[in-house]
Design a protein around this ligand. Structure first.
Ligand code: OOG
Ligand code: NI
Length: 445
């Protein structure tokens, strides 16, 4: 019997989730149609240049998803499920610290392939967040206790799924029968549950934070968006609005400009109201609606080094400060102006100033730099995306001390090593530099 490898499981899982999501969230299907049309036009216009940051096959299949969990135990379980698919935890994001109006009570990581050849096969990634019930800025001691006992009692991932995940990781593959079952169970774990929601409990949490209610108000999790990648996000934005789908009023991240695209630009449409059953305190069931699934799209650029990222972070802070109270158009103008002042307009200069990561191929006896695409997320945009399905800001008591959480804490919860994104890019760049030097018979400098 043929064995299914981790990357094949990953690609099949991404397809399976996409099929499920498309059936349940029709606006996602429109987003895919528009993304494909935009990408086809860019390839027709630019030819090979359109594929500088990834082959069109990779970009067409590329998605990221997002899930939200409640406990370290659930985080460790999902790490085993993603581990079976060759997806490893990368990076630590603290969204409690984002700009106060956008702060949410979660810390996050992203599961993704880390080797260049694995990314090329299928780069599926999942942004994974965990609630922080012990953070006093959001939860009282009493609410924390009730929230934790609710979360501890639920079982999101069935034991059979966990067994298959461990088998896949131990053997490095699954039989096709096991793979099919693994895909069925894992897809089902991320589907929206039809179980009635306890109205009083959900409302109590929602008063604190809609994200807390979304995570801890129900006994299951769900994929809350699945993001395709586009080669021209400004064009996509205009085409979606022309179809009558209202997008958030901005594209987050770097501005549209004449220089190289770096990091990540994202935009989204608001969560759709979907019918949901609620159980009222007197036991009756009522159908109402919840907005928990939304649509997002992204364009990816070159990965920045720590130096490049420091410039980026400073630029974002300056744009925020100068555009407070201004509209999206004016904000973009300021963003562009700051960008032109801070960032070089060519890849060659980015490389020369050590601001971005490149690999080196040998062509006609010379080392030729190729940009490394950014495979991760931005805390600021992530916090902004969380807002797409929040009805109000909830309440946060800033006079309280937050609970300390960092990358080491997250690694402990996951019971695995947490990869540092900068280290991964630097290693890939270094390796290719050494390979190119060896091919050219010179010393790497
Ligand atoms: C995750 C938000 C983060 C992104 O693209 O930055 C994210 C969430 O809303 O659960 O997906
Ligand atoms: Ni996202």
């Amino acid at each position: 019997m043929s064995e299914v490898l981790p990357w094949q499981l990953r690609a099949a899982f991404a397809r399976s989730l996409s099929d499920m999501y498309g059936k349940e969230v029709p606006a996602y299907t429109s987003l895919l149609e528009v993304s494909h049309a935009v990408n086809a036009d860019v390839v027709a216009r630019l030819g090979a240049d359109a594929e500088r940051l990834g082959s069109i096959d990779r970009v067409t299949a590329e998605r990221h998803g997002a899930i939200r969990l409640g406990t370290p135990r659930e985080m460790a379980q999902v790490a085993r499920i993603f581990g079976a698919m060759g997806m490893h935890p990368v990076g630590f994001y603290d969204l409690r610290e984002a700009a106060t109006s956008a702060a949410v009570p979660v810390i996050s990581t992203a599961f993704r392939p880390i080797a260049a050849d694995e990314l090329a096969r299928n780069p599926f990634r999942v942004f994974t967040s965990m609630l922080t019930p012990s953070d006093r800025r959001f939860f009282s001691a009493d609410l924390q206790r009730r929230l934790e006992s609710f979360l501890d009692a639920r079982e999101i991932f069935p034991p059979e799924l966990m067994e298959l995940a461990d088998r896949a990781e131990t053997h490095g593959s699954l039989s096709s029968t096991d793979a099919e079952r693994f895909l069925e169970l894992s897809t089902a774990s991320f589907e929206l549950s039809r179980e009635p929601v306890d109205r009083a409990w959900y409302d109590e949490l929602e008063a604190v934070s809609a994200v807390a209610a979304d995570i801890g108000g129900v006994a299951s999790t769900h994929i809350n968006h699945l993001t395709p990648r586009v080669l021209d996000i400004d064009d996509l934005y205009a085409r979606m609005e022309a179809r009558g789908i209202t997008m958030i009023d901005d594209i987050q991240g770097p501005p549209r400009w004449e220089g190289p695209d770096v990091l990540l630009r994202q935009t989204s449409f608001r969560a759709l109201a979907e019918p949901r059953a609620f159980r009222l305190p007197d036991g009756t069931i009522e159908t109402s609606s919840l907005r928990v699934r939304f649509g997002e799209v992204e364009a990816r650029g070159i990965a920045l080094t720590r130096e490049g990222r420091a410039i980026y972070d400073r630029a974002v802070a300056e744009v925020d400060e100068r555009s407070a109270g201004l509209g999206a158009e004016e904000r973009q103008e300021i963003n562009r102006e700051v960008w032109r002042r801070e960032f070089p307009t060519t890849e060659a200069e980015l490389a020369a100033r050590g601001l971005a990561y490149f690999t080196y191929g040998v062509v006609d006896g010379a080392a030729v730099p190729e940009p490394i695409v950014y495979e991760d997320f931005l805390p600021r945009s992530a916090a902004g995306i969380f807002q797409s399905n929040l009805t109000d800001e909830g309440s946060k008591d800033v006079s309280q001390e937050g609970v300390a959480r960092d990358a080491d804490w997250m690694a402990g919860a996951l019971e695995r090593d947490l990869n540092d994104p900068f280290d991964l890019y630097a290693r890939q760049s270094e390796q290719s530099r050494r390979d190119a030097a060896a091919a050219l018979g010179v010393r790497p400098d």
